[in-house]
Write a protein that binds this ligand. Structure first.
Ligand code: PXG
Length: 289
């Protein structure tokens, strides 16, 4: 395995960062999780754009241009001879001292790791997921905007722990007003008749790249597509529900808080969208080889 760190490719064993890196000390940094399918990197430009937007929001200047960052990503996949890959791009604040002031960190660190993807078991896509709503609310945008894909994922980790200790696949995070925000690492959608909706980002969600693509796919299928604020009541009464994310792709949800969603099996529109998404991942993307 060859890992990119600040201009060099090193072995897994040599791939180390300083204990004084503020990414490690404070979670001060940003990242992206990207996938390659069949030798093409899916939605690379969109991920790079979001990385720079996250960095801008935390006043972190990335010492490479977006084009150079695309190059680093492609080269990392190529050097690891991967066709299907999970790619992690990380920009940390860099090495400083024990104080939290980022002005003490002169040089941000750039890391790119490309590895094999850990796929969810096929059963998840056939049978659907079971969720609960969580007591851990999503970070409020006025404190730490969930649109920033930062290295500080404790909010999501606490939520994931809550979901797994409850014995279900994942959990729904609400915002401080009780509106549905997103899941621990995926966006959430509901279908009501011919209407497809997902919460707007101001509710407290990441602007998922899979989410935006699914909104487009929904339009193409002739659905009425909406960003809308909704509650747990709307989740329970939806005809279909699913999650979206780079790792999860489109994952059907069949149960929430013990309530069966629709018929309790992955719904027909969800399945159409899954197919549309799969087709695109086979056709689109930036060529590595
Ligand atoms: N919400 C959150 C909080 C996320 O972290 C998504 C939604 C889906 O966004 P995309 O752009 O992937 O459609 C994410 C996705 C990882 C990892 O290990 C990445 C995510 C989530 C969990 C783990 O790289 N990001």
């Amino acid at each position: 395995m060859k890992i990119y760190i600040d201009g060099r490719f090193v072995s897994r064993k040599e791939a180390k960062v300083s204990v004084f890196d503020h990414g490690f000390l404070y979670g001060d940094g940003v990242f992206e999780g990207i996938r390659a399918y069949g030798g093409r990197i899916f939605k690379l430009k969109e991920h790079i754009d979001r990385l720079y937007q996250s960095a801008k929001a935390i006043l972190l200047t990335i010492p490479l241009s977006p084009k150079e960052m695309e190059g680093v990503t492609i080269e990392t996949v190529r050097r690891n001879k991967l066709r299907d890959a999970y790619i992690r791009l990380i920009v940390s604040r860099g090495e400083g001292d024990l104080g939290l002031d980022p002005r003490k960190c002169p040089k941000p660190s750039i890391i790119c790791i490309a590895g094999k993807i850990e796929l969810h078991p096929e059963e998840v896509y056939k049978k659907g997921l079971s969720l609960v709503t969580l007591a851990t609310i999503r970070n409020i945008p006025q404190a730490l905007n969930p649109q920033i894909k930062s290295l500080n994922y404790l909010n999501n980790i606490l939520a994931k722990i809550e979901a797994t200790t409850a014995g279900v696949n994942d959990g729904v995070m609400l915002n401080e007003k009780g509106y549905v925000a997103e899941c621990t690492g995926e966006n959430i959608f509901i279908i009501e008749g011919k209407e497809l909706s997902t919460p707007p980002c101001y509710v407290g969600t990441l602007k998922g790249i899979t989410r935006d693509l699914v909104l487009e796919l929904g339009e193409n299928l002739g659905l009425k597509v909406k960003e809308k604020v909704f509650t747990r009541y709307d989740l329970y009464n939806a005809s279909e529900c699913f999650l979206t994310g780079t790792a999860a792709q489109i994952a059907p949800v069949v149960k929430i808080d013990g309530r069966k969603i629709g018929k309790g099996v992955p719904g027909p529109i969800t399945k159409e969208l899954m197919k549309g998404f799969r087709d695109l991942t086979h056709r689109e993307g930036v060529e590595v080889y």
